[in-house]
Design a protein around this ligand. Structure first.
Ligand SMILES: [Zn+2]
Length: 411
């Protein structure tokens, strides 16, 4: 065997594997009956040899599956009716979990409600504490609510360009007003009252916005919603505005009381920037362009750019564990990467993935079954060592049992 690259050297620990092992074994047995030795070999292949299969753990899990009536033990292990049903239920549960909250309307609604809550909280704590940064951020959030309410209700349809232009001008006006107030605060700074509450409030704001930005990107990508993705980009810039407020309050508490006013000025800058963007977009719309569509295309492209390698990794992994036909591999891909990729995939995407295996001779056909070539195995090891760019906090990349558990959903 060729030596594995340095990057996939870390060894997967037993306690990480243990929770997913029963399901993995059931999935292996769903395909066909297998001896203990065959199961052991498959598990070793799944972890590309980086989990030294623990025989004691394997026997304990097998024994448990037999005891629960999910697996029968003869000369081989075979899955029972109960086992099949349990596996079906688990897969349904996973499917429901992935579909939950994946509605465009629900996402837009929750985001709107979230912003209303944040804005009220910020106004209240802003006036209580006297932080101009918080008040400015509350005004910003309130403006966003009006903007997304307009989008949600659909008023912008038809007169979008004029509405954007008017909104942009108003935004710039409000931004200038807050800038003026903030300059006053910089020249005559006053300490913040209830500083800790103010700090917690802005912290909550940042966390909630980070969550909604991620959520809107995800739902927007999965449902290919142009307006949600555009909104997600906006929420992402809102986070920076709130971070400025956080720094202002923290600085003010540390004794640099003018920092709160400077933060207010920073927020006003973000508001004016947003206003300028709207004015610019209204011009683009008038010129017959679609700025939201352009943002969406950029988003789609960035994700689809990462797709070939990720999808290739999953398909090579599937073929290493369980050789199958072209058609079976495609179905497996839909059950793995198709269910979890941040943008929904089309049939053309799958065909392109499969074609690449063919073109690069990564697998060859024997009696209709695809078997990895030497190049295929090497490519798999190389890709496995890379970090999945689209999985936040993925850390250990491919070798994490969590990832292997969902790759094995395709078996
Ligand atoms: Zn905003």
């Amino acid at each position: 065997m060729p030596p594995e690259p340095e990057s996939v050297r870390p060894v997967t620990r037993d306690y990480h594997v243990k929770p997913v092992l029963p399901w993995t074994i059931l999935r292996l047995l769903r395909r066909c009956d297998r001896t203990r030795e065959e199961i052991r070999e498959k598990l070793s292949a799944m972890y590309l040899g980086h989990w030294p299969v623990n025989d004691q753990l394997l026997d304990a899990v097998l024994e448990g599956l037999v005891r629960e009536g999910n697996v029968r033990q003869n000369s081989t292990f075979n899955i029972t009716g109960d086992g099949l049903r349990a596996l079906e239920q688990e897969e349904q549960r996973i499917g429901e979990h992935l579909e939950r909250g994946l509605s465009k309307d629900a996402c837009a609604k929750y985001s709107l409600l979230g912003n209303v809550g944040l804005s009220l909280l910020e106004f209240a704590v802003g006036f209580l504490s006297g932080s101009i940064g918080l008040i400015a951020d509350a005004i910003h959030t309130a403006i966003d609510i009006i903007a997304s309410a307009l989008t949600w209700i659909g008023i912008r349809v038809g007169r979008e360009a004029e509405a954007a232009l008017a909104g942009g001008v108003i935004l710039c006006g409000i931004g200038l007003f807050i800038a003026w107030e903030s300059i006053g605060k910089i020249l005559a700074p006053a300490p913040i009252r209830f500083g800790l509450i103010a700090l917690v409030t802005i912290g909550i704001n940042i966390l909630v916005n980070a969550f909604f930005s991620y959520y809107k990107f995800y739902v927007g990508g999965r449902t290919r919603s142009i307006s949600l993705v555009a909104d997600a980009y906006h929420t992402k810039t809102d986070i920076w505005s709130s971070v400025a407020v956080l720094v202002g309050i923290a600085g003010s508490l540390a004794g640099f009381i003018a920092l709160d006013g400077i933060a207010g000025a920073a927020v006003s800058f973000f508001i004016i920037l947003g206003g300028y963007e709207l004015v610019k977009e209204s011009h683009q719309v008038m010129a017959g362009k679609d700025p939201e569509m352009e943002k969406f295309s950029a988003f789609l492209e960035s994700h689809l750019a990462a797709l070939p390698d990720r999808a290739l990794l999953v398909s090579l992994w599937l073929l290493k564990v369980e050789p199958g036909t072209w058609e079976e591999t495609k179905t497996s891909l839909k059950r793995t990467i198709g269910r979890r990729y941040p943008v929904s995939l089309t049939d053309k995407d799958y065909t392109r993935i499969i074609d690449r295996i063919h073109e690069d001779h990564l697998a060859e056909e024997k009696d209709g079954q695809l078997i990895l070539t030497r190049d295929g195995s090497e490519t798999l090891s190389r890709l496995a060592g890379r970090q999945a760019a689209y999985i936040p906090f993925g850390g250990r990349g491919f070798l994490s049992p969590r990832l292997i558990a969902w790759y094995s959903e395709g078996l």
